[in-house]
Write a protein that binds this ligand. Structure first.
Ligand code: BGC
Length: 394
């Protein structure tokens, strides 16, 4: 039987099914759901307790889960504890809901097993696109294989998903540039090109299982390494390789303990600490906590990332010098656009196809541009843009 004949038979049977169910045969748009299973119920064999449109159906002998639903999006984020994920989740959920999507939003308590089972549930609940910021970029291969088999499109959000071909897109801020902004800030604040120096530096990177952590570190170290090599910058502890300066799960208390140990071992004799490269705000918070009770010298330049409220307060108080701002609103807007394009069968907008190799493939990416915030520009960037009110950060 020729391929063409076979496809005619298949199309005819599909049309017959559609007319029996009273469904439109047109492609459903992101705004108006025409999904066959949802309207007819014939392909919908499991109950979704969170979904008011989805009354319980008999499950005996049925399929293991729903077929992907063109209106349902899963979001799986690492933790609710850090302000940035909580805020990203909130904005994204609202924006996707405003476009008419049902959103299943889960936070994984920074645990790989929790994240895996949440993604499994999102697949079996019928999400057709799942947006994932992985707890551990290397740990999702098996569950994403399942997603792929069920026809689910997977978007890695903010953090790249590694070592799998079953991730379709990546949306993030330019992570290398984020690190470079931190390195440049230290370079300029200490006038490394003109001042005599030498200046003392310590380094706090992020979680080794997060691909971003290495990108931030590389971006910053590409700026700072020449000064370390020339002796203008001195890492007094000698701890400068990524694995020596990584902070498990980006935890504030771990950064604090490490900074306390560094202060006790290398700075208690009055040695001046001039700068601390911190990859993000949670690590910066640990460092400033440690300095508050264990350091009396001239306060160092301290970097960060995310512009969490507590850290912006610290910037205004002079306890942190800068934080890289990754405007969640921009990324949410772009993510909604990407999800809608995928749902509508269009190719999503991509602006990088070469940088994000995950060990299996170059993941097509859309990268947003980060900017730094410090005392001199926070009003324009955070307040005038409506991201925070003054009351949020004072
Ligand atoms: C994100 C940062 C965040 C860090 C800790 C990184 O992957 O890009 O914005 O501070 O994770 O959650």
């Amino acid at each position: 039987m020729g391929k063409r004949f076979l496809s005619m038979i298949l199309s005819a049977s599909l049309l017959l099914m559609l007319s029996l169910c009273g469904c439109s045969s047109g492609k459903s748009t992101a705004k108006g759901s025409n999904y066959l299973g949802r309207q007819s119920g014939i392909l919908d064999f499991t109950d979704d307790p969170d979904d008011p449109d989805d009354p319980a159906k008999p499950t005996g002998g049925g399929r293991p889960g729903k077929l992907p639903d063109e209106k349902k999006v899963g979001i799986s984020f690492p933790t609710k504890d850090l302000m940035r994920w909580d805020q990203d989740g909130d904005i994204l959920r609202k924006e996707l809901a405003a476009e008419g999507y049902t959103v299943v939003l889960n936070f994984a308590d920074n645990r790989v097993d929790v994240q895996t089972s949440q993604i499994e549930s999102q697949i079996s609940e019928g999400c057709s696109v799942i947006v994932v910021a992985p707890v551990d970029g290397n740990a999702l291969g098996t569950v994403l294989k399942e997603a792929k088999q069920k026809g689910v499109t997977v978007v890695a959000y903010d953090r790249l998903i590694m070592s799998t071909a079953d991730v379709d897109y990546y949306i993030s801020f330019d992570n290398y540039l984020t690190g470079a902004l931190q390195g440049e800030y230290i370079r300029d604040a200490l006038s490394l090109d003109s001042a005599a120096g030498p200046f003392n530096l310590e380094i706090f990177a992020g979680d080794a299982g997060d691909n971003n952590a290495a990108s931030f570190y590389n971006g910053a170290m590409d700026v700072l390494s020449p000064y370390i090599d020339s002796g203008k910058l001195v890492v007094v502890s000698g701890q400068k390789d990524f694995n020596d300066v990584a902070t498990a799960a980006w935890k504030t208390d771990l950064a604090q303990t490490r900074m306390e140990n560094l202060l006790a071992s290398f700075y208690s004799d009055g040695t001046q600490l001039d700068a601390v490269l911190c990859s993000n705000d949670s690590t910066a918070l640990g460092v400033t906590n440690a300095l508050a009770s264990n350091y009396t010298g001239k306060y160092p330049v301290i970097t960060g990332q995310d512009c969490d409220k507590a850290n912006v307060k610290n910037i205004l108080a002079g306890w942190q010098s800068m934080s890289v701002f990754k405007d969640t609103r921009t990324m949410a807007e772009q993510t909604v656009r990407m999800v809608s394009d995928i749902m509508e069968g269009k190719a999503p907008e991509i602006n990088d196809t070469a940088t994000y190799y995950n060990g299996m493939k170059n993941v097509p990416a859309y990268l947003c541009t980060p900017v730094y915030v410090d005392e001199s520009n926070y009003k324009t960037i955070l307040i005038d843009s409506g991201f925070y009110t003054m009351a949020d950060i004072t």
